[in-house]
Design a protein around this ligand. Sequence first.
Ligand SMILES: Cc1ncc(COP(=O)(O)O)c(C=O)c1O
Length: 330
Amino acid sequence: MGSYVQGILYMLYWHASSVLQKLQEKWRGNNTSPAAAAAMYSSVVGGIILDPAMMALPIDDHMVHRGHGVFDTAMLLDGCLYELDPHLDRFLRSAARARIASPFPRDTLRRILIQTTAASGCRRGSIRYWLSAGPGDFLLSPRGCPSPAFYAVVIPAEYEQCREGVRAVTATKPPLFATTKNVNYLPNALSIMDAEDRGAFAAVWVDDRGFVAEGPMVNVAFVTPDRELVLPEFDRILSGCTARRLLALAPKLVEDGRLTAVTPRNITADQAKRSLEMAFVGSGLPVLPIVEWDDKPIGGGKVGELMLALSDLLWEDMKSGPDRIAVPYN
Ligand SMILES: Cc1ncc(COP(=O)(O)O)c(C=O)c1O
């Protein structure tokens, strides 16, 4: 008992250098983790951090103890950031809805994201970034948080185009800030855990009107029996950058007669289950065919050629399309 109490007291009075040493030991022990961030920007520190042990948020940050923050992501493929601007626009829309002011103008945020990516040396993965009400007095109101904070991390990942199909299950979607990409993803995390428990990749959320909404970190797309590509409207779900890009690119398949139309419109779960093909759509996939939904096959239980063709269009766009920013690595 004596040594236990002594141990706690010892820990309480650790100096900064010993804390840093402990954190560095922890990270060295974790160095097999493929998801260890390669670089972090923190406006609290005022610069880029390359030591994973120092990639930390202040515990008094309103995003940490009250979930008052928004985030977004951009994919990094072959040294280029894909569709950074649409993601950044959505990020600032989310921040405005969450009443978080940015500490920097948009141009500066953009520059920081590109420079942090360059500093990471990472060529494939993603950059994820947050705006938070910032550090303060631990109270519910952010009035005691004088300066909003901006954080970003570069996360290396060896992702590839998806060519295999996955299973999906239905879940009802809690109507929680669906259109704002805020950090309260507890329902989303619980939903994906439930889907995984049920042997599926993710759930398809169905709203209170019976319409298909989205997945917990993806949009969904359907090819109807008359070969119309349908994506649920974005008014009650997250306006997915990948889904929007898909809507822009898919008319190519209408031109060559493979699809009859491309339509953003709501579709009931019953209608959707009669689709020829179905897929999750989102950054990093970009199209993941669904071959089974609630234990029933979609399109005969096989990956369909139209979703693969749409996947090719998006993958090609990520590799050589117009909305890519070449990262200026040293
Ligand atoms: C709830 C939700 N829907 C859809 C998406 C897909 O959006 P995007 O294509 O911009 O990645 C995401 C992405 O994280 C999400 O969290």
